[in-house]
Design a protein around this ligand. Structure first.
Ligand SMILES: NC(=O)c1ccc[n+]([C@@H]2O[C@H](COP(=O)([O-])OP(=O)(O)OC[C@H]3O[C@@H](n4cnc5c(N)ncnc54)[C@H](OP(=O)(O)O)[C@@H]3O)[C@@H](O)[C@H]2O)c1
Length: 282
């Protein structure tokens, strides 16, 4: 059996592409997602049902995965959901679902898997953040908060677990052509009655356009697989188009007010369908 990886959110998008790239590179992959509760969604017998918002489901996944492979060499948390909406308009439930999946999903997996890796004396922990873990954009407030939480948490965790032989990598993708619209919900209160409606429509049209014209998800999968085969795991893997890298740099060097004007104007521009093949800023 090759090196063993357990990966959450592996039924679609970047998680699926990463799982496939790892399989192609000889890793043994145990894939977790809610849709693997249905056998017809399982591509091999190492697909297990997993809901990262539930302690019981995480425990059941860990128990079954342990029987299959023993303690994993790598844990990857790729499960994630996005809810588009104005910060003012999010309901608690909407914010909670995003935090429960993206952030608490990670902390649940860590609580169950890290003790096993510590006992083994080695392991690699990888979690999907986002460019939104490094900067904010309009109408992705809940998602951006969850990804900033992941960034902060992993920065602390990296220092704490190094003495136990455990390495931590944060994956920070820019826009990729992978996000399923199933996971990109619109806030309940984002209706024509909302005072944010016009800005919201323009902003989400830009977001949609940029995702549709985003980077190749298979390439991201290969990059994660390559990083996991390096002698030393990179701390961060920011995989984005050059203009998104530039936005991160500007975020760090420009005065906050100026950066906000720059980003807000980008998300309030009108998108033209015929511009679809051009590069994007975010
Ligand atoms: N696509 C992008 O452009 C982009 C950019 C930056 C960061 N990211 C991050 O990359 C990761 C993958 O995103 P994506 O857009 O490629 O994926 P996606 O196609 O939207 O798929 C999301 C995955 O998460 C799983 N998931 C959702 N809720 C879950 C839960 N409660 N328990 C277990 N699994 C759950 C889904 O599986 P089930 O429904 O079967 O459970 C699915 O496999 C996310 O963390 C996302 O934030 C994506």
């Amino acid at each position: 059996m090759g090196k063993c990886v357990w990966i959450t959110g592996a039924s679609s998008g970047l998680g699926l592409h990463t799982a496939n790239a790892l399989r192609q590179n000889g890793f043994t992959v145990v894939a977790g997602a809610r849709s693997f509760a249905k056998p017809e969604n399982c591509t091999d017998d190492r697909c297990l049902p997993l809901d990262v918002t539930s302690d019981e489901s995480v425990s059941a996944f860990v128990k079954k995965a342990l029987q299959m492979t023993g303690v994993p060499d790598v844990l990857i948390h790729a499960a994630g959901v996005l809810n588009l909406g104005a910060c003012e308009s999010y309901t608690d439930d909407e914010i909670r679902l995003v935090m429960e999946t993206n952030f608490f999903g990670l902390t649940r997996m860590v609580r169950q898997v890290l003790p096993l890796m510590r006992e083994k004396g080695k392991g690699k922990l990888v979690a999907f953040s986002s460019i939104n873990g490094l900067l904010g954009i309009p109408f992705e407030g809940a998602y951006t908060a969850s990804k900033h939480a992941i960034e902060g948490y992993l920065e602390c965790l990296r220092m704490e677990v190094k003495p136990f032989g455990i390495e931590v990598m944060t994956v920070e993708p820019g826009d990729h052509r992978s996000g399923s619209s199933l996971y990109r919900r619109h806030g309940k209160q984002m209706t024509p009655q909302s005072p944010y409606w016009k800005a919201y429509q323009r902003g989400t049209a830009v977001i949609d356009h940029d995702e549709k014209n985003g980077s190749d998800p298979a390439r991201l999968g290969r990059k994660v697989a390559n990083a996991l085969q390096k002698k030393r795991l990179p701390c961060r893997l920011c995989i984005a188009k050059w203009d998104q890298h530039m936005a991160v740099i500007l975020h760090d060097v420009l005065p906050v007010r100026l950066f906000s004007v720059f980003i807000a104007s980008y998300y309030s521009k009108k998108t033209k369908p015929d511009q679809s093949e051009k590069g994007t800023v975010l």
